[in-house]
Design a binder for this molecule. Structure first.
Ligand code: FE2
Length: 197
């Protein structure tokens, strides 16, 4: 199977000024595309070319010699989720079913928001911060580089890209401002809620 760059569900200028067209051009059109091009080259003709993306991620994570495959496959998976986690005019009130789960597992939405943003600013270097389902419970965590929480037997339902390519054009070194804007103005909570199923 050959992997392809998914379309964004919105125009490249639709998230501006929170996330600019220039950022999306580079991030979706160049960075994400490069992960896919590399992945396709690395698995061409091998048994992995017959596997699903999730199978490739799990299999390659167990073999240090396959770190190139792992990094590109996992980044492809992470970015597919990331694009869907945002929408024009996003943020705002969390739909009831998800809000109830968040309040039950974190105590309050404020506590969840604090933990999510804290995970994002304390991730040293490149990586991701996540809201995942871990044995039926919602948890916040962070991972380095291409890693995601699938590897820890969790189901990631919201992910924020902490690589500089995601925010440097618009926010320079101000990762906290990027994270707050992502949370308050970009998150597609209906999509995140749909991942509870
Ligand atoms: Fe990225």
């Amino acid at each position: 199977m050959s992997f392809k760059l998914p379309e964004l569900g919105y125009k490249k200028n639709a998230l501006a000024p929170i996330m600019s067209e220039e950022t999306l051009d580079l991030h979706h059109g160049k960075h994400h595309q490069t992960y896919i091009t590399n992945l396709n080259k690395l698995i061409e003709g091998s048994e992995m070319s017959q596997m699903t993306l999730e199978e490739i991620i799990i299999q390659s994570s167990k073999d240090k010699l396959k770190s190139g495959i792992f990094n590109n496959a996992s980044q492809h998976w992470n970015h597919i989720l990331f694009w869907k986690c945002m929408k024009p005019g996003g943020g705002g009130p969390i739909p009831k079913r998800l809000k109830d789960r968040i309040e039950s597992d974190f105590g309050s939405e404020e506590e969840f928001k604090k933990q999510f943003i804290q995970a994002g600013i304390t991730q040293f270097g490149s990586g991701w911060c996540w809201l995942s389902i871990d044995n039926g419970k919602l948890v916040v965590s962070k991972t380095s580089n291409a890693e995601n929480t699938l590897l820890h037997n969790m189901k990631p339902i919201l992910g924020c890209d902490l690589w500089e390519h995601s925010y440097y054009v618009d926010y320079k070194n101000r990762r906290l401002e990027y994270l707050e804007n992502f949370y308050e103005k970009l998150i597609n909570w209906e999509f995140v809620e749909s991942n509870l199923d």
